[in-house]
Design a protein around this ligand. Sequence first.
Ligand code: HEC
Length: 171
Amino acid sequence: MQHVHRARVFLSAALMLCAAAGSASAAESTPRAVSPIFGVSIPEGYRSWQLIAPAEEAAPLDELRVVLGNPAAVKAIQDLKGPFPDGAILVKLAYKRKQSPEFSSATVPGQATTVQVMVKDSKRYASTGGWGFGRFIGGVPTDAAQHQTCFACHEARAAKDRDYVFTRFAP
Ligand code: HEC
């Protein structure tokens, strides 16, 4: 019992030291950055999630995009009936369009621009269709003004019977 207690004291002291080491140098031990308004972070492990569909955005943004989903989102979107279940997460990765240096008619991803996230939690985000939003540039959340536009556009332009999600599953 005694040594368990001592181990705990040691652990909390170590954690305090980490915290004191400063936020810049202790990136691993600090909480993940969250978006204003919604408190959404870039989900862990998202890069190995399944592809839902690619997309392309014309000038002036000139971007290639891919939308990925966690297992709950992918399962729901393939045969969407009603809203996505709580816990579904969609991530959209965007890159500048770039001409392939090897093959001139091919377009490949250039510099990464934004990572955007939609998290379904029907209670927490009841006033925005059950979706929490996050837009990140280089891992840093963008400002509140940008986050005020998310649901407005998704609500106005994406079909309500698709739960305000534009992307459809590409077979
Ligand atoms: C002016 C309209 C508009 C605004 C504002 C907007 N989006 Fe979207 N969003 C789209 C469109 C259109 C798509 C479909 C994919 C594409 O074309 O890139 C999309 C797709 C997405 C997706 C993939 C799921 C889906 O609905 O297809 C996510 C995640 C996303 N947006 C997050 C955000 C976040 C976060 C914000 C706010 C910071 C935001 N969006 C603001 C138009 C908008």
